[in-house]
Design a protein around this ligand. Structure first.
Ligand SMILES: *Cc1c(COP(=O)(O)O)cnc(C)c1O
Length: 356
């Protein structure tokens, strides 16, 4: 794939943030972006790296009406030796293609898009922050751009990648969060699009997240839509429980987003010889276990926070504390090892990180 390079002029270049403290997640963007277009009969074409800026799109562009789209989220980490690395980036682009299949979007070539991303990252490498715990967040997106408001499969698409520097997730330390189990709303239904990273899933979750925040909880834990009984996942994280000596996460049923952090925790746990599994877990099993003490840890796993310990679960207006409300040893071990691999402090026996 030929990538045209249209560099920002000196006047267009922005200044990178002097300090990442106080930079709100996802509000600043680097100097350049990658774009390419797709059209029926033509495939992907017009691949170009150009200055970050507004997209030209008609109000009738189909994505603005029916949300035919896919997105991804991954990060660049700056290691102690000064290298910039990606963490399992092919998994993100493979997942983007699975989302594309479900949303009738054209698939991308994983290796070609990864190459284009690396070119973009080399050009904007000054935007990878250096402070401990910081990253450059990468947001690849595909949107339907045909100018038509009749519902059908679009004949035109735009793929773009934008970059956003982000501060350390745990500026206040590795503190457990309070989570509300939603018994009023559901996120995804069997046969629906829950496993796809597509905008509609998040639009549908905003109200529940807003209501939970008003009550003092940081995120929502979703239950299955049919019986409202089996645990699914948290807003933008998968969830793990330590039950006796078992480290367990809900199995992928089609309504859960298959997280790359989730997969990495399962693989790492197995590598350590721990008893890890993916199976159905009911809310009753968790609440009984919390009361009786067999559930000792609850933690989320996702690219944003890597590991996010849960200190309190709320269900039907009752609060359940997890352990003594502090971060448990297993969550801590996964956090230290995964971030250690990402920042080049620990060995990477699986070749998960990739420099460019
Ligand atoms: C992105 C996402 C995750 C986590 O996936 P990672 O690949 O680990 O970042 C989990 N749940 C939902 C709903 C998500 O959107």
């Amino acid at each position: 794939m030929e990538v045209k390079l249209n560099k920002a002029t000196p006047e267009q270049l922005k200044t990178t943030p002097a300090s990442m403290s106080g930079v709100v997640f996802g509000t600043q963007f680097s100097d350049h972006m990658f774009c390419m277009e797709w059209e029926d009969g033509k495939g992907w074409h017009n691949a170009e790296i150009k200055p970050y800026g507004p997209l030209l799109m008609e109000p009738s562009a189909m994505v603005l009406h029916y949300a035919q789209m896919a997105f991804e989220g991954l990060k660049v980490y700056r290691t102690d030796s000064g290298e910039n690395v990606l963490f399992r980036p092919r998994e993100n682009f493979k997942r983007m293609n699975r989302t594309a299949q479900r949303m009738c979007l054209p698939e991308i070539d994983v290796e070609e898009v990864l190459d284009a991303l690396k070119q973009l990252l080399r050009l904007d490498s000054a935007w990878v922050p250096h402070e401990s715990g910081t990253t450059l967040y990468i947001r690849p997106t595909i949107v339907a751009t045909e100018e038509a408001i009749g519902l059908k499969v679009s004949s035109k698409y735009l793929f773009f990648i934008i970059l956003s520097p982000v501060g350390p997730y745990y500026s206040q330390g590795f503190n457990p969060v309070k989570i509300m189990v939603s018994d009023k709303y559901v996120r995804a239904v069997p046969g629906g699009v829950g496993y796809a990273k597509t905008g509609g899933n998040y639009a549908a979750s905003i109200l529940a997240e807003k209501e939970a925040k008003e009550l003092g909880y940081t995120q929502v834990l979703w239950l299955d839509a049919v019986e409202r009984r089996y645990i699914e996942e948290v807003g933008a994280m998968n969830i793990f429980f330590v039950i006796d000596d078992e480290i367990v996460t809900p199995q992928l049923t089609g309504s859960i987003l298959p997280g790359i952090t989730r997969m990495s925790v399962l693989e790492l746990g197995k590598h350590w010889g721990l008893n890890v599994s993916a199976r159905r877990i009911s809310i009753d099993e968790v609440l009984t276990g919390l009361k009786e003490g067999s559930v000792t840890e609850v933690f989320g796993a996702g690219t944003a926070a890597v590991i996010s310990p849960v200190g309190v679960l709320s269900y039907k207006e009752e609060e359940y504390q997890v352990g003594n409300g502090e971060t448990g040893p297993i969550a801590n071990r996964f956090f230290e090892q995964l971030t250690g691999i990402q920042y080049g402090k620990e060995e990477d026996p699986f070749d998960w990180v990739e420099s460019f």
